[in-house]
Design a protein around this ligand. Structure first.
Ligand SMILES: Nc1ncnc2c1ncn2[C@@H]1O[C@H](COP(=O)(O)OP(=O)(O)O)[C@@H](O)[C@H]1O
Ligand SMILES: [Mg+2]
Length: 341
């Protein structure tokens, strides 16, 4: 069963000059995680706000757990949780008081609100900081509290809008941990992110969005396959480029791509490690010693670049705390990520 369905959503701002959603379609199977991956300005937050009933689309329709978000927003609100980049928590209150307050807003009685707060603080490793005001919390602790607040009533469907943007590497790892736990417990999750590694790590399926619509959809592996399978890549000294190009052509059966600047010769191959061994043997026979030889699988970066013509994070201009660190971390993770999945 589909837990979330969005059909042909359009939304413009500023009298139509900004097309935030431009025919957006997506759906999420119950109990799964959809990662909505896109750069800044792609339409992620607008999508989440429409699905969470905070914003009406200009046209199109959407349902959450089978309930129409436009016709029946009240009923939708009862079964969803929403955690965003811009936390609704009160800075001056303690973590405990914030959660109790949210519980009361959701019509829990005082005792039930307190019990749920205690439970959530424990679940999100905030018990020790429960009596401190939020303003003393780190970025990661705030995000966890914000997430806890969205879980007061155990939602069937959870929306997380860029849950780790602006967090430092450790905060991000911790957040991934708690999100994974939630997913194990069976919640349906729509998560937006501009981080490829985050989508790779947390999502069952990924919808890549750009300029207000979904431009590709699939598992991380499917998306990678879409831009091509494995490539044989050999790096040599300048003197041997032509000879190596011949070898790569012989092994792959196609004219290789030659990048003179980094002296890299590559071509798609279908036989995996067999192609690698064959190439290594031919090079050895010719007494050519490559600087590097290997099979390269496309990364989600390659996917994004192939689909959109730009890298996912280049437009990022968030002024959130530690965003510089987070971005650097994102890049580092992405580089080391090639063989994870
Ligand atoms: N309230 C608003 N008024 C005008 N333009 C907006 C508003 N909210 C978003 N936009 C614009 O709509 C587009 C999509 O924004 P958004 O959904 O926030 O993207 P994302 O969350 O992927 O960064 C962007 O061009 C953004 O500048
Ligand atoms: Mg956003």
């Amino acid at each position: 069963m589909k837990s979330i369905v969005a059909s042909d959503l359009y939304k413009t701002y500023d009298n139509g000059s900004v097309k935030a959603l431009n025919g957006l379609n997506l759906d999420v199977e119950e109990g799964t995680v959809l990662g909505v991956l896109g750069p800044n300005g792609a339409g992620k937050t607008t999508t989440v706000r429409v699905l969470a009933t905070l914003l009406s689309p200009d046209s199109g329709s959407a349902t959450v757990a089978g309930i129409d978000v436009i016709k029946n927003p009240q009923a939708v609100r009862k079964i969803i949780g929403l955690s965003g980049q811009y936390a609704a928590v009160d800075e001056t209150l303690t973590g405990m008081d914030n959660l109790v307050m949210f519980g009361r807003l959701y019509h829990l009685n005082a005792k039930a609100a307190k019990a749920r707060a205690v439970e959530l603080l424990e679940q999100f490793s905030l018990t020790k900081s429960a009596t401190r005001p939020i303003r003393t919390y780190s970025g990661g602790m705030r995000r966890r509290l914000d997430l806890a607040a969205s879980l007061i009533v155990k939602p069937k469907v959870l929306f997380l809008d860029e849950p780790t943007t602006g967090l430092d590497p450790r905060g991000r790892q911790e957040m991934w941990g708690v999100i994974s736990e939630l997913v194990k417990a069976g919640v349906t999750l729509l998560l937006t992110t501009q981080y490829l590694d985050e989508a790779d790590q947390l999502a069952d399926e990924i919808a890549v969005i750009d300029h207000g619509k979904v431009i590709a959809r699939g598992t991380s592996d499917q998306l990678k396959r879409q831009v091509g399978g494995e490539r044989l890549e050999i790096v040599v000294d300048a003197a041997h480029i032509n000879q190596v190009a011949q070898v790569v052509k012989q092994v792959s059966g196609v004219n290789p791509n030659i990048d003179q600047a980094i002296r890299s010769i590559s071509a798609p191959v279908t036989t995996g490690s067999k192609a690698l061994i064959e190439a290594a043997k031919l090079l050895d026979d010719a007494q050519i010693h490559p600087l590097d030889i290997g099979l390269k699988r496309p990364s989600l970066d390659d996917v994004f670049l192939a689909l959109t013509g730009h890298v996912a994070e280049e437009k990022s201009d968030d002024a959130t705390e530690n965003s510089e660190i987070a971005r650097k971390d994102g890049k580092r993770n992405r580089r080391g990520r090639g063989d994870r999945k």
